[in-house]
Design a protein around this ligand. Structure first.
Ligand SMILES: C[S@@+](CC[C@H](N)C(=O)[O-])C[C@H]1O[C@@H](n2cnc3c(N)ncnc32)[C@H](O)[C@@H]1O
Length: 293
């Protein structure tokens, strides 16, 4: 964990929450997503500004300017929301790694009523989330368990055991906007744990940065992309981890089989008609994989 998120609320978690807040109030159906909890988890004035067309535009110009970043966050949110919505009753446990201000345990209570949801995140960010939800008088579901952790320093296995996680059940693991902030060791430990702790038919959804895309000159030299990463670096949350080569090779190390890989082209087609999502989105891939052995 960077020094900053040990003491302060994660900037990237707040940025994602702001993107969902702004998106919630959008009029254009491509840009509108459904996270009605996001507006109450950020500072009230941002929620207020997001409601009105003029100030929403201002917010986007100030905070969501990196080309393709906002669109990617919207597409990713919609994709994962749809997975939760169509979950069916067979998933017994859901583990949300680096949950930030993810509100799916609240928004999809009905769909998740037979599952236990474990949310893992850095203590300060998690505490802020709990306070903001309490402040908004939103009832936390009884099946939601919070686990504070630093993935780069603490063992997930111990924390899950303590929280009552049951091994060999059908689970869904979600790492949304997380792998790029972890180091190689904690990536390995996390994916090994997913392999060892889960039963057949368990699913994992995560997104990652493609190393080959990072090397592309266009991305390296775009002034807005450079600025975006300078802001993250200054905030102590510069992404570092990327996956090189075929994703199937990465997944095979952890007995996972690829079900779907979504790149920015597919996301653009699915959620934005034919439009290009923008330069920054090209780095990311969303993976759905299944326990295979
Ligand atoms: C980009 S945010 C994504 C939040 C959430 N998954 C979402 O999509 O709204 C990254 C999250 O990972 C958490 N995180 C990053 N590094 C971490 C670490 N070493 N230990 C625990 N949490 C970490 C941050 O606190 C933050 O909430």
């Amino acid at each position: 964990m960077s020094h900053r998120i040990e003491t302060k609320v994660s900037i990237t978690a707040q940025g994602t929450c702001l993107a969902r807040t702004v998106s919630y109030y959008e009029k254009d159906s491509n840009y509108k997503s459904d996270d009605y909890v996001a507006p109450v988890m950020g500072p009230p004035f941002l929620g207020f500004l997001a409601k009105h067309d003029f100030s929403r535009k201002l917010l986007k110009n100030c905070f969501l300017k990196a080309p393709g970043n906002y669109e990617y966050l919207i597409a990713r949110t919609k994709f994962i929301d749809a997975m939760f919505k169509n979950m069916g009753g067979n998933v017994e446990q859901i583990v949300v790694f680096g949950a930030g201000f993810d509100s799916r345990a609240i928004r999809f209570q009905k769909e998740l009523k037979n599952a236990t949801v474990f949310e893992l995140d850095a203590p300060v960010t998690q505490q802020a989330k709990r306070e903001r939800i309490r402040g908004a008088n939103i009832q936390l579901p009884e099946n939601l368990k919070f686990i504070s952790i630093d993935f780069n320093k603490e063992a997930v296995s111990e924390k899950l055991d303590e929280a009552g996680f049951k091994q060999n059940k059908t689970c869904l693991f979600l790492l949304e906007g997380l792998t790029m902030y972890l180091n190689q060791t904690s990536i390995d430990q996390t994916f090994q744990l997913i392999d060892q702790y889960t039963g057949q038919d368990s699913l994992i959804i995560f997104d990652y940065v493609s190393a080959s895309m990072v090397r592309q000159e266009q991305l390296q030299n775009d002034p807005q992309v450079i600025k975006h990463y300078q802001v993250l670096a200054k905030a102590g949350e510069k992404p570092g981890f990327a996956i090189d080569g075929h994703i199937q090779d990465f997944l095979a190390k952890y007995n996972l089989a690829l079900m779907e890989e979504l790149d920015s082209v597919k996301l653009a087609e699915r959620y934005f008609g034919e439009e290009d999502l923008g330069l920054l989105a090209k780095k990311f891939r969303i993976i759905t994989a299944k326990k295979s052995g």
